[in-house]
Write a protein that binds this ligand. Structure first.
Ligand SMILES: Cc1ncc(COP(=O)(O)O)c(C=O)c1O
Length: 471
């Protein structure tokens, strides 16, 4: 038998020989029951010491791939007859269960010259020196802490910092014990879906709405019902009476931008109380407000534990940290804590401790104030640039958050193709509808747009959207 046994790579020769023999087995070059060359002969052929070959053979014998027959040598184990060889193995024989629907892909996309991507911020603007100091302090703290695992509910001082912050920023009074620290708002959604929604349950969502939230409930096997929004936010009168859960973005409707009116907030809370409905309030960027003080969180009006409040540090700090939080309604507290412990145990301790220091030392509040001023200027500049092309589009009112939406005044065919050709990252609002929208338009994020790019970016956008369609 002549076997091709490449011994390339680094590491001990006995390991490389073992791997080469194993590869020959896996792709069928060594057949079950076949005799292997005597160790001395193979060693001479490969220019190796005999012991190297003996070690590799012994390892394969110990693992059951080879068998030693006293007096007659070493053989490929006969029990490998059932092994599929790499060349004829069928890939993807295992698929997801029947409950797992094909989910639409969303977000990401290539980087383009002008960045109107929604929901992203510019990490270069973070105050890195105090953050570095906070992380170093957290490392020192951990060196003296013997607890091997972080608290599944979240680091106590961080929960305290979040509770204070929600009080002054969102008018929401809650205790650290009501807060569950999560891996971003997305995990909060997933946990709520697990503890509240069974396959077949009705879940109501805004139309248009946030695709990753929809995807979580779809993956749960829920029956999804779209509830339209108008200029005062979600149409409370259209929420199905049998809904178990309603997901909504009351501060800054995603993607259109309007807040939910106070009248509707009160009507919704009353409806929820009568119908045993859980309202999930996603307050993803409500802390950035323009034109005076906008409405506080819907949760601040909740007297009967009907609202689960989702917050995130992705927009106000750094999405890469994957830190968010849930203000848990009392009735779901125990189930949510269990679900969290079962899911991934807890969020990483180090970043939680560092963020707690960062908040307690006042750096977070300072950063927020700075970003608020910066976003306000950027937004004004963007609005002024957009106003130069009023024939093309109508900008929808927006009083909070880091994106705005516009609708086209006339049909603009193949918007995606036009954006790509002009090297612009932006999302058509149709992408957020399940049904055919009455209007077409764009979501324009300004969290990562360079200030000096704004005028040029809008001019390029106007040219791209204003050109007649190409044949
Ligand atoms: C509506 C909405 N909710 C939540 C989030 C934040 O998600 P996460 O905290 O998982 O980063 C985003 C981010 O784009 C968003 O647009």
């Amino acid at each position: 038998m002549r076997l091709y046994l490449p011994l390339e790579g680094t590491g001990p020769l006995r390991t490389r020989l073992y791997e080469a023999l194993r590869a020959a087995l896996m792709d069928g070059r060594l057949a079950p029951g076949e005799a292997l060359p005597p160790s001395r002969g193979l060693a001479a052929e490969l220019g190796l010491g005999r012991q190297t070959v003996v070690d590799a053979y012994e390892r394969l014998i110990a693992e059951g791939f080879f068998e030693a027959r006293r007096g007659s040598g070493t053989f490929v184990s006969a029990s490998l007859a059932g092994l599929d060889h790499a060349a004829d193995a069928t890939p993807a024989a295992i698929g997801p269960g029947r409950h797992w629907p094909p989910l639409p892909a969303w977000g990401g996309g290539e980087r383009r010259r002008f960045n109107f991507a929604g929901g992203v911020t510019d990490r270069r603007l973070l105050p890195w020196p105090p953050w570095r100091a906070a992380v170093q302090r957290a490392l020192r703290d951990q060196a003296h802490d013997r607890a091997p695992y972080a608290d599944p509910q979240g680091h106590g001082p961080l929960r305290g910092g979040i509770a204070d912050y929600l009080g002054y920023s969102r008018g929401l009074s809650c205790r650290p014990a009501d807060i569950l620290v999560t891996q971003g708002a997305q995990q909060g959604l997933d946990l709520l879906a697990r503890v509240r929604v069974a396959p077949g349950d009705v879940v109501a969502l805004e139309e248009p709405g946030y695709p990753p939230a929809r995807a979580v409930f779809a993956a749960r096997g829920a029956r999804l019902v779209e509830v339209p929004v108008d200029e005062r936010g979600v149409r409370v009168d259209r929420v199905p009476p049998d809904a178990r859960l309603l997901y909504l973005t009351p501060s800054h409707q995603f993607p259109l931008g309007m807040p939910l009116s106070l009248e509707r907030r009160l009507a919704l809370l009353e409806f929820a109380r009568q119908r045993d409905l859980l309202i999930v309030e996603d307050d993803y960027d409500g802390e950035f407000r323009f034109q005076g003080r906008a409405l506080d969180a819907l949760k601040s009006l909740d007297r009967h534990g009907q609202v689960a409040y989702l917050g995130t540090f992705s927009k106000v700090w750094n999405a890469d940290l994957r830190l968010g939080y849930l203000v848990m309604p009392a009735g779901l507290r125990g189930a949510l804590l269990q679900a969290r412990a079962l899911s991934d145990g807890a969020s990483t301790g180090l970043t939680q401790i560092a963020l707690a220091h960062f908040i307690h030392d006042g750096h977070f509040a300072r950063h927020l104030r700075r970003m608020q001023r910066l976003y306000e200027q950027r937004r004004q500049r963007l609005l002024a640039a957009l106003a130069r092309h009023q024939d093309l589009w109508t900008v929808l009112p927006q009083v909070a958050g880091i994106h705005l939406a516009l609708t086209f005044n006339r049909a603009v065919p193949d918007v995606r193709g036009r954006l790509a050709a002009a090297s612009i990252s932006a999302e058509p609002i149709e992408a957020f509808y399940q049904n055919t929208p009455a209007r077409t338009g764009l979501l324009l994020g300004f969290g990562a747009l360079d200030d000096e790019d704004i005028d040029a970016a809008v001019a390029v956008l106007a040219r791209a959207c204003g050109e007649p369609a190409r044949e």
